[in-house]
Design a protein around this ligand. Structure first.
Ligand code: MN
Length: 314
């Protein structure tokens, strides 16, 4: 069987220093039997703060089988953040940790130098699946740390005029998620009630992105569509989202990431050698450990066809 080939991408922050409202269409990919809409990285927009990856899965209903069944695979140099609107996902990792994620909670896995995990729909399920998975790149000072996993059952919820704000990562105004992160960032789910406007405070030194999860909404007088990532730039002190029928939005942000990263498959690194060493270690069963709770074979690494050096920022 021919393994799929993946080329490494070098990613640098292209943080705008001013307000923007740039639109980037998502693209569809298959993850096993699950169709995914990928919002980050996309051509022209690779990072928003430390956020380097954003996949949207669902909404879908099912009557049999497991729509999410991602076999054990390795990670390095990043954190994974899983957030659900509906349904449930079981996480198992090579530290022996297992957690069932449900709406309102968040799973944050810090890969550090090495971890492996699997994510699947549990046998006992609601027959629905709807959510996102994000990655944050770890700074050079943090990326070799020991792996860890954190399950937060209920993230902080704010109910300002016009909607509901759920802060799953970082902070928004005075509200801070208990999820552990290693650099400044925010990840939040913004719910706008029908015929209302939700205004949220933003930081001038953060760049922000918005993904419409469901519903209709306007920002700066412009309609925002589903399956499109909107880049808001920096220098904003607030944003007001107006909706007629109600909406859910994903907000991500942070200071422009100060380091150039190299991203290949499930690894975030700095040099091509680090990527090929990590790939070899996974293929030889070294470093990343085993996900013993998962019954079935693990994912094989793709072929490494092209590995460009990261472009220095200057
Ligand atoms: Mn993963």
């Amino acid at each position: 069987m021919t393994k799929p080939a993946v080329a490494a991408e070098s990613l640098v922050a292209l943080g705008a220093t001013e307000r923007r409202l740039d639109a980037y269409a998502n693209y569809e990919i298959a993850l096993g039997t699950l169709r995914i809409s990928r919002a980050l990285p996309v051509k022209g927009r690779r990072l928003i703060g430390p956020w380097c990856f954003l996949d949207r899965f669902g909404p879908l209903s099912f009557t049999e089988g497991m729509p999410m069944d991602v076999a054990p695979h390795p990670h390095m140099g990043l954190q994974t953040v899983t957030w659900l609107l509906d349904g449930e996902v079981v996480h198992d990792d090579s530290l022996g940790q297992e957690a069932i994620l449900r709406p309102g909670g968040v799973n944050v896995m810090t890969s550090g130098h090495a971890i492996a995990h699997a994510e699947r729909t549990p046998a006992d399920n609601s027959g629905r699946l709807n959510g996102v998975q994000l990655w944050t790149a770890l700074l050079d000072r943090d990326r070799h740390r020991a792996a860890s996993f954190q399950h937060v059952t209920a993230v902080p919820v704010l109910e300002p005029r016009g909607g509901i704000v759920r802060v799953f990562s970082g902070g928004l105004a005075e509200t801070v998620s208990p999820a552990e992160h290693f650099s400044d960032l925010v990840g939040a789910d913004l719910q706008i009630h029908r015929d209302e406007t939700l205004e949220i405070p933003l930081r001038r030194d953060f760049e922000y992105g918005i993904l419409v999860l469901t519903g209709d909404c306007h920002l700066d007088g412009q309609p925002l569509r589903e399956r499109v990532l909107y880049y808001l730039g920096m220098q904003r002190t607030e944003a007001a989202f107006a909706s007629h029928g109600g909406a859910r939005l994903l907000l991500v942000g942070g200071p422009p990431f100060p380091e150039a990263i190299l991203m290949w498959w499930n690894f975030v690194a700095r040099t091509p050698d680090e990527i090929s060493e990590a790939r070899d270690d996974w293929e030889r069963g070294l470093r990343f450990g085993d996900v013993t709770a998962y019954k079935g074979s693990r994912l094989a690494a793709p072929e490494l066809v092209r590995l460009a050096r990261p472009n220095p920022v200057s």
